[in-house]
Design a protein around this ligand. Structure first.
Ligand SMILES: CC(C)(COP(=O)(O)OP(=O)(O)OC[C@H]1O[C@@H](n2cnc3c(N)ncnc32)[C@H](O)[C@@H]1OP(=O)(O)O)[C@@H](O)C(=O)NCCC(=O)NCCS
Length: 433
């Protein structure tokens, strides 16, 4: 199997940055997804001292796009300090959307169509579009076409109270109607993940993220955000990280998605979050020519999918062995593992799946991926504590993994992300230091 970039076009992760992640409805609620995306890319370009004229392409991911600016990437590329000629497009692969942006940009580099790319993603869960019902939309259209004021007013007499009920996008599978939380609940039951293990994992996420915030490892990846339009408030860290949470507090929370028999709570789920993250990618050759030192190289990646009606968030278990095989590696070669934490029940199910021969066989392998050494897993916490702006998480994890490899002097790192639609992603990075 030819390895990624074996045509001599190796893709380097040069640097990465993100906004603070804030729980929806809090510090970043007034900002649109364009504001968030533009802010992080502007700061990333500024900090890396990159001449905008060097950028060949910009790819961004988002899950719930703005109705008014559906091609978020192009709005980001039109930042004042960038030339107007950077082609840019927006991708969607649910919670792996910024991974998709990164692999799309990386593929363009491997093909030789680009040498320098900016890739990332953004999400504003505080600004989810709210829709009118079909009946009320029809009335609005008819009213706008009415020729007289009288006709316009009489059109509105057709409106029934129920027509006024707003429609908000649900975090549910269109094919099954099941919400993410219900899927996590189902996975906890199918894989026998006890509530206490979920709460312990959530506690670990908060403790590690709090330590990373306090000692500056996590904050080094975060830009201070001066909130427009007044710019009198500055957000410097993730506001979902709880320094004071305890197992007792977590165990006292009521299950949300199956109130009677459930185990998934607000404490062991990732919260709805606003934020953006981005990375700069270059061909190794270009990085060298510009005199930049890369953080890491992309060694391989893989996407996988399963029936969303089965175990919605289990496909990382199918993607990871493929990414490892494409890298020519096994889990024993991996020094750091970063897994997106949608829910503790999902991470623990994925970890169990990595050890299972049945799941290995489903991915086409005779041996399981193996047991992930917990001291190498999500060493600065994960999405449960840090937060999860759907479109941005993949770029956050890429940055963290590349930095952690450098910090530990490790050679290889692997990340996984579960995504709606029953999809999963895995990528292997190699330390460039
Ligand atoms: C689970 C969910 C419904 C909770 O939403 P919420 O009720 O707004 O959450 P809150 O942050 O207000 O937490 C609820 C309560 O639990 C408490 N709580 C949450 N985490 C806690 C912790 N770690 N320690 C102690 N208390 C905690 C809060 O303080 C709050 O208490 P209060 O009601 O007394 O104020 C929401 O976060 C969600 O939908 N998450 C899943 C998102 C999703 O599906 N993502 C897709 C994954 S790919």
């Amino acid at each position: 199997m030819a390895s990624y970039g074996s045509n001599g076009r190796r893709v380097a992760v040069m640097t990465g940055l993100r906004t603070p992640f804030a729980k929806a409805g809090t510090e970043l609620k007034s900002l649109t997804v364009q504001d968030l995306g533009r802010a992080v890319v502007a700061e990333l370009i500024e900090r890396s001292n990159l001449d905008g004229a060097e950028i060949d392409t910009l790819v961004f991911g988002t899950v719930i796009p703005s109705v008014l600016a559906p091609n978020l990437a192009r709005e980001v590329a039109l930042l004042p300090m960038l030339p107007k000629g950077i082609p840019a497009y927006t991708v969607g692969r649910a919670c792996a959307s910024s991974n998709q942006a990164i692999t799309d940009a990386a593929d363009q580099i491997v093909l030789g169509h680009a040498d320098v790319a900016v890739a990332g993603g953004a999400e504003s869960m505080s600004n989810v579009p709210i829709l009118h019902s079909r009946a009320f939309s029809d009335v609005l259209v008819s009213a706008s076409r009415a020729k007289t004021l009288g006709r316009r007013v009489s059109t509105f007499s057709r409106v029934r109270p129920r027509d006024l009920l707003p429609i908000t996008p649900a975090i549910a599978e269109p094919s099954t109607g099941e919400t993410m939380g219900q899927s996590a609940e189902k996975m906890a039951k199918l894989n026998h993940i006890p509530r206490e293990e979920q709460d312990q994992f959530a506690l670990r996420s908060h403790r590690l993220a709090a330590a990373g915030t306090q000692d500056g490892r996590l904050t080094a990846e975060i830009m201070p955000y001066y909130v427009s339009p007044a710019y009198d408030a500055v957000v410097t860290h993730d506001n979902g990280v709880r320094t004071d949470t305890s197992l007792e507090q977590l165990q006292a929370l009521k299950p949300v998605f199956d109130r009677r028999y459930g185990s998934v709570t607000a404490g062991n789920s990732s919260p709805l979050t606003d934020g953006a993250a981005a990375v700069i990618l270059m061909s190794a050759e270009k990085a060298d020519a510009l005199g930049y030192q890369p953080l890491a190289y992309i060694r391989s990646y893989a996407y996988a999918a399963l029936d969303p009606g089965e175990q919605l968030l289990q496909a990382p278990v199918l993607a990871a062995p493929v990414a490892l095989a494409r890298a020519g590696l096994t889990l024993t070669d991996i020094d750091v593992v970063e897994m997106h934490e949608a829910f503790a029940a999902q991470v623990l199910s994925n970890l169990q799946g990595f050890e299972s021969k049945t799941w290995a066989a489903r991915a086409g392998f005779s041996e399981p991926v193996g047991e992930v050494d917990r001291s190498r897993l999500n060493v600065m916490g994960g999405s449960i504590a840090i937060g999860h702006p759907f479109g941005a998480t993949g770029a956050r994890i890429t940055t963290t993994l590349a930095h952690e490899l450098q910090r530990r002097g490790g050679q290889f790192g692997m990340m996984t992300v579960c995504a709606a639609g029953g999809m999963g992603f895995a990528m292997v990075l190699e330390n460039a230091g």
